[in-house]
Design a protein around this ligand. Structure first.
Ligand SMILES: Nc1ncnc2c1ncn2[C@@H]1O[C@H](COP(=O)(O)OP(=O)(O)OP(=O)(O)O)[C@@H](O)[C@H]1O
Length: 701
């Protein structure tokens, strides 16, 4: 056999072969090098064996002792058990194996076990201690037999790695494969420890960390090794981001802005409110950015209802004052429509021409031609549309500012194609999912960040209750009587969906004849045509309906300050971020708002989600809980966005490492912007390997 290297196919490793190699592929392991970073999902602490008399006081029993007699018994349904006696100085226990008769297998598993468990030999056992009436035994998960108590066992008296499970691979096979990879390859694994400055607790090299993650001496040892390896992972990521930043910031922009206040002052005077401190700070930061020589690239992060829109509008007016065009890209047609209405309203009398460019407004050829030519001629100053439309079709005269309303969708590390419309546009992103700082720095690493950390004054915190359906409706009726409006949200729109849920369409009819028979009820769902949806939203905003029954199409950005009740049906089926977004549709005015969560709470997770919602309105707290409950991958939907997965790194636990590596990576890239120095070549290789396809804008050879 050829000597193994990091790229060798796993199938050539002794004991694996083509069939098991396929199973390894499911664990993301193709090469021998991949085995090194197939890290344990957990560990079993087998450092100490307990006296048999105490084995029943711990959830997992780890014992050792002399083997006695075996007893085999048949139970019903072809099931048999084998009990083996194990003795130590404190007592005796049975260790139990099960066998299910199978017509497919001729191998008698008990025969080989009985063979191994020869009387008077010595056994190490790991399993679950069961104390049932009349019987105490240990369900065996793993065992090892030695000839005498003095012989050293291989898998006991130490911490044992437990690898992610997949069909067709036993822990034994995975452990053996990993062991052979670690033994022959850990010392040649990519290691950049010499170019990363020292960081507390992460003092061992990546190669050393690799070994300790698989074979730690203690649980603390395992955690230290994980963090040491995470340091390298995050350093590679942050270097990739620093490279991309260096790349983006190279071209000075052509547009120049002067704060003339010819539009900004009348705009401010038109507003019925004063900007909050946080809004003023955000506007200042954006204006400073825009006046810089390099294009602005800023993320505005603010909780639902914190007033991000007016901040973006101020930037648009600065561009307009200087004769430039802007565009706002929204994730949905309804939201684009709403932004358009808000802008038309707020820009009234300013003489800033705004158009809505969505599939409905561009449908008719004559309309389309008119809109598109007004944009290309420069007659139109502001274009509001959906992401895809603006990206694909529209030509501008002098586009200078792009506002991307991301809401809570993460455009991780993707540069919007919209940006290509202007060569060096100033870019503002808005997101309504506040996330922890370290995570934001990683996700939006190439952007500057502004956080709007306060709500407009006079907002009364929404009261949230977990209630029965009838209580929710009765309370809603009370609110409607005093002039409020209510949303009722259902997860699905018609009953043909397999899971039997109360569908919005059917329910709308029923409710308008029962609880809400004295009120006007409207319906909004995803299968309606854009124009219909817009008409319904507009009517609701104009208070032509008291109740709006909707699917989650209303989740993002809708702003109807008079709506004070939100009933969420099947609330247990929504994730925390979605619930927070939905609830964010109320509490936007000066009146007390109420959110009622209705649902059957069967799982522990669902119960926890709803009680978090009932306890807090703080989007940062909710995002943090969500992140912890779901894990970063699922939280961010990162798979679609090509966000890199970390083998050891943990976006929550390792916030300090992320901050540290960000700083170090920036310095390193400043010093060697193309990573050409010989000591940085391994880093360059790691970046290319991990991110070349994901971060297309990074040009690494
Ligand atoms: N400083 C302020 N004082 C009072 N009201 C404000 C202030 N700023 C914004 N508003 C109003 O608060 C409401 C929410 O603002 P906006 O729609 O800009 O929030 P948002 O941050 O975009 O929210 P979401 O992410 O939920 O869409 C709007 O009705 C807006 O007119």
């Amino acid at each position: 056999m050829k000597a193994m290297n990091l790229n060798s196919d796993v199938k050539y490793i002794k004991g694996i072969g083509p069939k098991r190699a396929l199973a390894f592929l499911k664990l993301g392991v193709k090469s021998a090098g991949d085995l090194l970073t197939l890290f344990p999902a957990q560990y079993q602490d087998r450092t100490q064996t307990a006296p048999i008399s105490e084995a029943y006081f711990t959830p997992h029993a780890c014992i050792s002792g002399k083997i006695g007699k075996s007893y085999e018994r048949k139970l019903s349904m072809g099931l048999s058990i084998l009990d083996v006696e194990i003795f130590d100085s404190s007592g005796m226990t049975y260790v139990r194996f099960f066998r299910k008769k199978s017509s497919y297998s001729k191998v008698d598993v008990f025969a080989s076990i009985k063979n191994s468990f020869a009387q008077n030999k010595f056994a190490y056992i790991f399993g679950d201690a069961k104390a049932e009436i009349g019987a105490r035994y240990i369900n065996v998960q793993d065992y090892e037999i030695t000839d005498s108590p003095d012989a050293k066992p291989e898998f006991f008296n130490k911490i044992i790695p437990v690898y992610p499970a997949t069909e067709g691979l036993s822990q034994k096979v995975i452990r053996a494969a990993v062991k052979s990879a670690v033994t022959s390859l850990a010392d040649i694994y990519y290691d950049i420890s010499d170019i990363i400055p020292q960081f507390e607790q992460c003092k061992i090299s990546a190669r050393e960390a690799l070994k300790k993650i698989h074979y730690p001496q203690s649980m603390q040892d395992a955690e230290n090794a994980r963090r040491a390896f995470a340091l390298q992972e995050f350093f590679v990521l942050e270097s990739a981001l620093a490279l991309s930043r260096a790349h983006i910031k190279k071209d000075p922009k052509k547009q120049k802005y002067e704060i003339k206040k010819t539009l900004l002052t009348p705009f401010k005077n038109n507003l019925t409110f004063e900007f909050t401190k946080a809004q003023k700070k955000a506007i200042n930061e954006i204006f400073t950015d825009m006046q810089n020589e390099l294009p602005a690239n800023r993320m505005i992060m603010g909780d639902v209802g914190s007033g991000k829109t007016v901040v973006a509008l101020s930037a648009i007016l600065l561009a307009a004052e200087n004769g430039y065009q802007s565009m706002i890209a929204a994730p949905t047609e309804i939201l684009a429509q709403q932004h358009y209405l808000t802008i038309s309203n707020m820009f009234e009398g300013l003489g800033v021409q705004t158009v809505l460019a969505t599939s409905s407004t561009l449908k008719k050829k004559s309309d389309r031609d008119k809109i598109l030519s007004s944009i290309i001629s420069g007659e139109t100053t502001v274009v509001v549309g959906t992401h895809s439309l603006i990206e694909d079709r529209i030509e501008f005269k002098n586009l200078a500012l792009v506002v991307v309303d991301e809401q809570h969708r993460f455009g991780v590390m993707q540069k919007s194609r919209a940006l290509a419309k202007a060569k060096t546009p100033d870019t503002l992103m808005m997101t309504a999912t506040p996330i922890p700082r370290a995570l934001a720095m990683t996700l939006y690493g190439e952007m500057d960040m502004t956080t709007i950390n306060e709500l407009p004054p006079g907002r009364i915190p929404i009261k949230t209750y977990i209630v029965s359906e009838s209580a929710a409706y009765a309370n809603a009726v009370k609110e409607l009587k005093s002039g409020g409006q209510a949303y009722i949200v259902f997860p699905l729109i018609d009953e043909s969906d397999k899971i039997e849920l109360k569908a919005a369409t059917v329910e709308a009819e029923k409710l308008s004849e029962s609880y809400f028979k004295n009120f006007k009820v409207g319906l909004l769902h995803g299968k309606m045509k854009p124009a219909e949806k817009n008409a319904v939203m507009k009517s609701f905003k104009n208070k032509e309906f008291d109740v709006l029954i909707a699917t989650t199409v209303i989740e993002v950005g809708i702003d109807v300050p008079n709506a004070t009740v939100m009933i969420i049906q099947h609330a247990d089926r929504f994730g925390l971020s979605a619930l927070h977004q939905l609830r964010g549709r109320i509490g936007r005015g000066k009146k007390q708002s109420y959110c009622y969560l209705v649902g059957s709470v069967k799982s522990e997770n669902a119960r926890k989600r709803l009680s978090i919602m009932a306890q807090t309105n703080n989007g940062f707290k909710i995002a943090q809980e969500d992140l912890q409950m779901r894990g970063p991958g699922e939280f961010m939907g990162t798979t679609q966005h090509g966000f890199p997965e970390f083998k050891a790194g943990d976006l929550i636990k390792d916030a300090d490492i992320i901050e540290f590596t960000k700083d170090c990576a920036r310095k390193l890239i400043e010093d060697d912007p193309k990573l050409e120095k010989s000591e940085n070549l391994t880093l360059k290789k790691l970046i290319a390997q991990k991110f070349a396809d994901k971060l297309k804008f990074i040009n690494v050879g």
